[in-house]
Ligand binder design. Structure first.
Ligand code: SF4
Length: 391
């Protein structure tokens, strides 16, 4: 991989890097962006991107995550969620360059699923994911040792959400576990309970809890939170023996911001509104929502909704704005009164895209994301287990 994790830090908060500058060696994201970026005020940026894109032709394939800015998404050959995009990249073996407009863990997944000759480019290496950063490999290995000491590791199956670094996916591969997406989390948990008695689920505690309680009929008492910031991970041996789901204390900084008050406020403001949220939202929010589902589910639900209906959507703002623009016959609003983009997704902007594409045109491969062979092998074991799960 491009980044070697530093020793686990349980106390230092992640610094917020300036756009495209600086480095955080403890983060799953990469290091600083080299080179001179075009100015954001350059009026020629769209034309420069278009010219570079045309010059690259079929040698490049541009992937755009749903949460990307419009100025970037207009150049995407395909759009989708992280797993769909990685598979789309794998289906284009003729493309020499996979330009991934998303965040670091997604580019890692694309690198692991594409052929060796294909190069995956992340236009801004500082585009990480705060949720993925909340589970670092040395922390997870320490937690596994804690489970071993408590006598429960042998009966525990680790499941990681797609939104995690490649080394966390590889940890799951090595330890009998698998990867899941927000669409198949229930299936992954059911599979895991066929393999063992407990599940260690990371990095998103909310997806794990919402799936276990709302989809599988478990109780909140069946869950404990494993907190890497607390001594002994904040759990007693008895907690670990009793619980069925061990939830890593991580969350999405975008979906985690919606509250029960956001739901109450929008219901007051827009009578008859349908509240549609992503399962990365807190349990408090999803239990008050009308519909819960992945990004692809959200897109389809709004597309299929009758004209004249009203929707308050609890997911990333770029996507909600795009849905509102695409469906002017429906009232589509952001669930919270305050706007909230994913700050790391937003690091990929037009200047970074132009810079990356123009360098490729000149034959310079910049910001390549590479995962080493051993990590790729074990992460693919975890990914393949997910793909082999019965639907
Ligand atoms: S929206 Fe949340 S999970 Fe997605 S990249 Fe941003 S912080 Fe990570």
């Amino acid at each position: 991989m491009t980044v070697t994790p530093a020793p686990s830090s349980t106390t230092n908060p992640l610094p917020l890097l300036l756009l495209g500058q600086g480095a955080d060696p403890e983060s799953e994201r990469g290091v600083e962006c080299p080179g001179d970026l075009p100015a954001a005020s350059d009026p020629d940026l769209v034309d420069r991107a278009r010219r570079a894109r045309e010059a690259l032709g079929d040698r490049a394939f541009l992937l755009g995550h749903h949460y990307q800015r419009d100025e970037v998404i207009q150049f995407a050959d395909v759009t989708g969620d992280s797993f769909k995009l990685a598979r789309d990249a794998a289906a284009r073996p003729d493309a020499e360059y996979i330009v991934f407009c998303g965040v670091h863990f997604m580019a890692e997944s694309a690198d692991m699923l594409t052929a060796d000759h294909q190069r995956v480019i992340l236009p801004d290496l500082a585009a990480g994911c705060s949720m993925a950063d909340m589970a670092r490999i040395l922390q997870v290995e320490d937690a596994w040792a804690r489970l071993t000491d408590a006598g429960v590791a042998a009966s525990t199956v680790p499941i990681t959400y797609m939104n995690s670094s490649a080394d966390i996916k590889a940890f799951c591969g090595r330890n009998g576990g698998a990867v899941c997406t927000s669409s198949n989390a229930q299936r992954a948990l059911e599979w895991a309970f066929e393999q063992g008695e407990k599940v260690l689920f990371f990095p998103d505690q909310h997806l794990g809890r919402n799936t276990a309680v709302l989809k599988m009929g478990m109780s909140l008492d069946d869950c404990v939170v494993v907190d890497p910031h607390k001594p002994d991970f904040g759990v007693t041996d008895e907690d670990l023996r009793r619980a069925r789901i061990l939830l890593w204390r991580g969350h999405c900084s975008v979906h985690g911001r919606f509250t029960a008050d956001s739901v109450a406020e929008v219901r007051d403001r827009i009578p008859g509104v349908n509240v549609l949220v992503h399962p990365e939202c807190t349990h408090d929010v999803v239990t008050r929502a009308d519909y819960i589902g992945s990004t692809e589910y959200i897109i389809k639900t709004i597309a299929d909704a009758p004209s004249g209906t009203a929707w308050a959507v609890g997911t990333e703002l770029n996507l909600v704005k795009r849905l509102a623009d695409r469906h002017p016959d429906k009232n589509v609003v952001f669930l919270d009164r305050n706007v909230c983009f994913c700050s790391t997704m937003n690091r990929i902007d037009l200047p970074h895209l132009v810079w990356a594409l123009e360098n490729l045109v000149e034959g310079r491969v910049v910001n390549q994301i590479e995962v080493d062979a051993d990590t790729t092998h074990w992460a693919r074991v975890a990914l393949d287990r997910m793909l082999a799960m019965p639907s």
